[in-house]
Design a protein around this ligand. Structure first.
Ligand SMILES: [Zn+2]
Length: 306
């Protein structure tokens, strides 16, 4: 599927097709912009027997693709949502790449997200990128190229995805709201998922909890307990947005700024701390979530208590 906000990226892909399709492509952009479905549409188009600018949807290759049984297509993702891509999965890719094409003129591999490979897997993939097999296209997705080694990114042609203008997103889905889009930093699919998972309520409650902490109406340990079953990344996202909002309010000298004792240097420090925890979560370090949450809330309470 190509979303309305991906037109220029699709054009970029079509231009590549007309010249020469690169051996490796890197789709870059925040989660929730539809990079994976774009990658799959690229794969389908590259494999299609009659494709011009986009897969025909009717040929034998397209029906194999739709049935998830195309022999010349391989899609790699972590087997469980929180885990890493296993080295065996990358070995499968290597094997697949050096076989002869069976059905189509091309073979395509999608690795989503490529940042979930560990060093071993990345090294295994690197060999494949260094010695590209003919008619093989490898498509990687990532949030930021910084999360991948330069040895990999330098071998990929990049397609960059941006959050669409608010009105484009709102026109795309009636279910979307401005509030959800803001929370998802403009990423429409992420915003939609948030609405479905009732995350806006979580946001309101968490922010109320932070206000209660400042007014001595809540206990940091109790608050940590309340969120320990939730996805830590989501809580960190919310805290980060909260801090950003406060920094903005301070800069604009908002008259009603609610936390008089809070210094902007503390907010910056807090945002760095949140980012540090992000890094741990992304690196899949084994974390004690309860302790981290307690620490986050205790720090907050200290800042606002002066
Ligand atoms: Zn087709």
């Amino acid at each position: 599927m190509i979303y309305p906000w991906q037109q220029s990226q699709w054009q970029q892909f079509n231009d590549m097709q007309k010249n020469r399709i690169p051996h490796a492509l890197l789709l870059l952009g925040k989660p929730g912009l539809g990079k994976k479905s774009f990658a799959e549409m690229m794969a389908k188009t590259l494999l299609c027997e009659q494709a011009n600018d986009v897969a025909c949807d009717h040929c034998h290759s397209c029906s194999l693709f739709q049935a998830n049984t195309h022999p010349d297509f391989k899609s790699i993702s972590p087997e469980e949502s929180a885990s890493m891509i296993k080295i065996d999965q990358i070995r499968d890719v290597t094997h697949f790449v050096y076989e002869t094409a069976q059905q189509s003129k091309n073979r395509v591999v999608v690795i989503d997200p490529a940042t979930r490979m560990n060093i071993q897997s990345m090294n295994a993939l690197l060999k494949t990128l260094e010695e590209p097999a003919p008619h093989v296209v490898i498509i990687l997705t990532a949030e930021q190229s910084l999360r991948l080694p330069a040895t990999i990114t330098s071998r990929c042609q990049k397609i960059i995805f941006h959050a669409p203008a608010e009105k484009v997103a709102l026109a795309w889905s009636e279910d979307l709201t401005v509030e959800a889009l803001e929370l998802a930093e403009g990423a429409p699919l992420k915003a939609l998922a948030m609405i479905k998972e009732n995350q806006l309520t979580v946001k309101k409650e968490l922010y109320q909890g932070l206000i209660d902490l400042a007014q001595d109406k809540a206990d940091p340990l109790q608050l940590a307990l309340k969120y320990q079953e939730m996805d830590l990344r989501f809580i960190l996202d919310l805290l980060f947005i909260w801090v950003k909002g406060l920094l903005r309010a301070q800069l604009q000298a908002v008259h009603e700024f609610p936390f008089k004792k809070l210094k902007s240097s503390q907010l910056v420090e807090y945002s760095h701390y949140i980012q540090k925890i992000y890094e741990y979560v992304f690196a899949s370090v084994n974390l004690n979530k309860q302790l981290l949450l307690e620490d986050l809330f205790i720090r907050w309470k200290q800042y606002v208590s002066g």
